[in-house]
Design a protein around this ligand. Structure first.
Ligand code: FES
Length: 108
């Protein structure tokens, strides 16, 4: 099975080009590689909003808007919620996301 590569831009502006397995969450991939700004305090349960990312707008439709529970959690995120905000523990890698850029919102 071939991997899916995504690029995470951390709060310092550094790019992390990471390859994970389809079905793995972007949060898990980021944590495995120690990307700064992804705290993931709840371990991926959609209950902390410390894995907040901004999806690149041009390809946001591939990821789609957050379902209601996640949208509620995003209201508690420390960093400003933007139109392409998502919780990275709720984004699963898929071949269609190859090369996607995600910016770490940071700020817990
Ligand atoms: S890790 Fe807690 S909401 Fe994503």
């Amino acid at each position: 099975m071939s991997g899916v590569r995504v690029v995470l831009v951390d709060p310092e502006g550094r790019e992390h080009s990471l390859e994970g397995e389809p079905g793995q969450s972007v949060m898990a991939l980021a944590v495995a590689h120690g990307v700064p700004g992804i705290e993931a305090e709840c371990g991926g349960a959609c209950a902390c909003a410390t894995c907040h990312v901004y999806v690149e707008p041009e390809r946001f439709r591939l990821v789609g808007p957050p379902p209601p529970l996640e949208a509620d959690m995003l209201e508690f995120a420390n960093a400003e919620r933007q139109p392409t905000s998502r919780l990275s523990c709720q984004i699963k890698l898929h071949p269609s996301l190859e090369g996607l850029h995600l910016t770490v919102a940071g700020g817990g």
